[in-house]
Design a binder for this molecule. Sequence first.
Ligand SMILES: [Zn+2]
Length: 281
Amino acid sequence: MRVHAIQTGVLQIKSAHRTLRGPEALRFPSILLDPTYTEPLPIYTWVIEHPEGLIVVDTGESAATATPDYFACDPVWANLQRWAGFIRFQVTPEHEIGPQLQRLGLSPNDVRWVILTHLHTDHGGGLSYFPKADIVVGRQEYEGHRQRPLGAIPCRWPSWFAPHLIDYPHSPVWPFPGAYRLTQAGDVHIVPTPGHSYGHQSLILQTHDVAYFFAGDTSFSEQQLQAKGLAGIVHDPRQARQTLQYINDYVELIPTVYLPSHDPEAGRRLAERRTVVECGC
Ligand SMILES: [Zn+2]
């Protein structure tokens, strides 16, 4: 089974977005007022060539973010970008997931499942390439953003977007409290990893010797996971801490290649199949 990393450009976020600074209650104003940015961080998506069908985890970002109009349809985003320079995107048309799949010899039309870890714009920006796929989103994630979008841009969702909403009814994957079994073979599960957003989820692919943990934005790096350090951009800090604890417990027991979306080391770890090792931190 082959697993590919596809990097759909880079973004820069405020330093206080990556790492919580000061009191939790003031985390959002801290991000907005922070004048400093991180280095450019990758926007990763992942493709699994599974015997039961192609699985894509997240769709990355769109090159249209380079045009100010992209955000104009959403007043919150328009203001965040205009007045706070919330996120700097660098995505070209060649970076988008569709053309990159083609370069791997894969067609977006052949993708069976698109699993969205969550609905933030840099994970759903490539949705338009997948009108034929079964798009899988956590129910709480979708319903939360329908009521009050936070980081998602629903006015940029394709008109046909009607995702398959899931709960986690199958046998839990320890220590996560629930799981959704995606494949008949039982080697791919989706587990709830809330905290970063309303109903963030992660995908686990178990192979004969290692597990691949497609982590979305549960942390910005492996170090942040191991240090159990909160990011600044968390929707629910208590849930985010619990999620970091569950993932740490999981990787302690199962040799795991940990793959967050914006970790500069994630592509290399995948290529080398490098598992999380105890850091003593
Ligand atoms: Zn996010």
